[in-house]
Write a protein that binds this ligand. Structure first.
Ligand SMILES: Nc1ncnc2c1ncn2[C@@H]1O[C@H](COP(=O)(O)OP(=O)(O)O)[C@@H](O)[C@H]1O
Ligand SMILES: [Mg+2]
Length: 421
């Protein structure tokens, strides 16, 4: 009777049945199975706060097993980085425990990361994308571009700590340093100078780069392909070719999230990436004062404008970096005014995912190859990165499920159990 699906017939294990006279207070045999229908009915009162549908119709409830008064099932979420995971679990336990005859409830929270429709799929075809580069990164469920209007605002710092925070939730995560103008991720993650990834030759004779691994994430930098002391002057078509080659050459394997640190600005490199990597969305990083500049708006609108050309890349949110300075005594000093991140978020109609203060441990950690998320995992800044990661995962899940949800019939359920968002 274990592992049955909702549609399968409910059968009672006769061997486990007690003698007829042995009936408990709620009129059930103590060993008689609680009905699956009653359990699913109880669980269907629980509504996903983002998708506004109940968890049974969303298909989250799986592997329901009933044995007498013991009930066990899995709740399969669309990301391991679900911000309301604990609340879901508690709501499920409470809803089923309240049913007559239930003695024990075991809820296992699992996740199967949903894939947000990529820009090409969303457009319903190749659009501007040449067919041969349509999926240069197969096996990757969601690619997230980290973009900014200009350099030095903390784009790479955000990319690194966001990737680490996503990985902490149990997701498989890769980090791709595509900033041809200033690849800095290897230093930030403590890759010793001169260390290069392995290059393997596959069956077809093609050479494939095997990503390095640091702190549980896979990592590759375009800096591995360029000579440090002999910088190439990158020009339009060359940039595009290099990035496409790079994208296609890495053997990522299966990833839930690939975080891509884009070069700053809106030049050829960024455009090529947007056109040749199937992006689930973009995160815009800015400092409070940079928001005032046109660059930030241009960087964001590079993605949203794609919508008019058939390639729509949603902006998942804005991260305001170096928002304020915190003195060792805990005093908060606004360096460049405040509210910039919120302004940008409004402009892009996207959430402000988090504000990160300027703290010395971030600068030091970046230089020492020890990101703050690893060196100070319990610091307020690390928690902010966790919130940013949950916000990103949540937006992607919502986008990924949107199609499915639209197809579900509306349901007016009285006695709805709502989880706070
Ligand atoms: N919140 C912060 N507090 C302190 N230093 C920071 C912070 N964010 C970034 N930095 C530092 O500022 C410099 C630029 O950040 P970086 O992430 O490399 O920017 P970008 O990738 O946008 O050029 C780096 O030395 C980095 O360690
Ligand atoms: Mg950088």
């Amino acid at each position: 009777m274990f592992g049955r699906k909702k549609s399968e017939d409910h059968q009672v294990n006769n061997a486990a049945r007690p003698a007829d006279g042995d009936i408990n207070r709620d009129g059930k045999h103590p060993n008689q199975d609680v009905s699956q229908e009653a359990i699913l009915e109880a669980l269907s009162q629980i509504i996903d706060p983002d998708l506004h549908k109940n968890i049974v119709e969303l298909g989250f409830v799986q592997n329901l097993r009933v044995c007498g008064g013991h009930v066990a099932f899995d709740v399969e979420l669309t990301t391991p980085a679900c911000p309301v995971k604990a609340q879901f679990k508690k709501a499920c336990e409470d809803a089923v425990a309240a049913l007559p005859g239930v003695q024990r409830v075991e809820v296992q929270m699992t996740a199967q990361t949903a894939s947000a429709p990529t820009s090409a799929q969303a457009a319903g075809g190749p659009a501007m994308r040449p067919p041969e580069i349509r999926n240069l990164i197969p096996g990757i469920k969601n690619a997230i571009a980290i973009a900014s209007g200009k350099g030095g605002v903390g784009k790479s710092t955000t990319a690194v700590n966001l990737a680490l925070a996503l990985a902490e939730t149990g997701a498989s995560v890769g980090l791709m340093d595509a900033d041809i103008y200033g690849p800095s991720i290897p230093i930030m993650l403590g890759v010793p100078e001169g260390e290069q990834p392995l290059v393997e030759t596959d069956e077809g004779g093609a050479q494939r780069i095997v990503p390095l691994e640091r702190h549980g994430i896979k990592l590759v930098s375009i800096g591995f392909l360029t000579e440090k002391n002999n910088p190439i002057v990158w020009r339009g078509p060359m940039v595009g070719k290099m990035i496409q080659q790079f994208l296609g050459a890495v053997q990522w394997g299966d990833l839930d999230y690939l975080v891509i640190d884009l070069p700053p600005g809106t030049g050829d490199a960024q455009l090529t990436l947007v056109q040749s990597a199937p992006l689930s969305g973009a995160v815009i990083v800015t400092t409070p004062e940079a928001v005032a500049s046109e660059d930030v708006l241009r960087a964001g609108h590079m993605f949203t404008k794609m919508a008019t050309t058939g390639l729509s890349v949603p902006i998942l949110g804005v991260v305001e970096n170096m928002s304020y300075y915190e003195t060792p005594g805990g005093e908060r000093i606004e360096l460049f005014g405040s509210g910039g991140g919120e302004r940008a978020a409004r402009e892009f109609d996207a959430p402000l995912l988090g504000t990160v203060p300027r703290v010395l441990d971030i600068t030091r950690g970046g230089d020492a190859g020890m990101p703050i998320f690893v060196s100070h995992p319990d610091s307020p800044v690390a928690h902010t990165y966790r919130e940013i990661a949950l916000g990103v995962a949540r937006r992607i899940s919502t986008i990924a499920m949107r199609d499915k949800v639209f197809r579900l019939p509306p349901k007016n359920a009285p006695g709805v159990i709502s989880l706070s968002s």
